[in-house]
Design a binder for this molecule. Structure first.
Ligand code: RP5
Length: 172
């Protein structure tokens, strides 16, 4: 249901969090490694056929001058979620600006630098607009997050911040 495209296999360690998040929600996906700069024709062919192949959302991740999500968005009307990836020289800001500043008419829903998990969650949210069980799963996910925060709040109040910090570093 979700197509994940990476600009390089060097992006996979960061983007594996998108795969594991989709796994958590039982959402099936395909993972491809195709570069907008190195294999532009393959990217065009994949993006052009993504809808008829049954995909409902696309996650595209790239670093440096990150044209991959925008090029994919040029070839499809499926929602494209762009993930800017951190690189050594400009720390991911190059990719962030490349992906987020799409010209009018060709949007890419851009998440934060290296925000693979949020990209997957956004894809799940898109699918959940027409899938009640996914919508329920997202509600449970939010509820679990809320309970975790409230639990931490209770603990810090009960223990005081010093003991809380000690306990936290002991667990890490
Ligand atoms: C981008 O260039 C890729 O998305 C990757 O983040 C970056 C570097 O690619 P490699 O040289 O590691 O293949 O296209």
């Amino acid at each position: 249901m979700v197509l994940i495209v990476l600009g390089s296999d060097s992006d996979l360690p960061t983007m594996s969090a998108a795969c594991s998040t989709l796994d958590e929600f039982g959402v099936c996906y395909s993972l491809r490694i195709l570069s907008a700069h190195r294999v532009p024709q393959e990217v065009a062919a994949l993006a052009s056929s993504a809808q008829e192949q049954g995909y409902r959302a696309i996650i595209a991740a790239a670093g440096m001058a990150a044209h991959l999500p925008g090029v994919i968005a040029a070839y499809t009307t499926l929602p494209v979620i762009g993930v800017p990836l951190q690189s050594k020289v400009l720390d991911g800001q190059d990719a962030l600006y490349s992906i987020v500043q799409m010209p009018p008419g060709v949007p890419v829903a851009t998440v934060g630098i290296n925000a693979a998990k949020n990209a997957a969650l956004l894809a799940v949210q898109i699918l959940a607009t027409s899938d009640a069980s996914l919508s329920d799963a997202l509600q449970s996910y939010k509820q679990a997050m809320a309970e975790a925060v409230l639990n931490k709040d209770s603990q810090v109040q009960a223990m005081g911040y010093k003991a809380y910090l000690q306990e936290r570093s002991r667990q890490q």
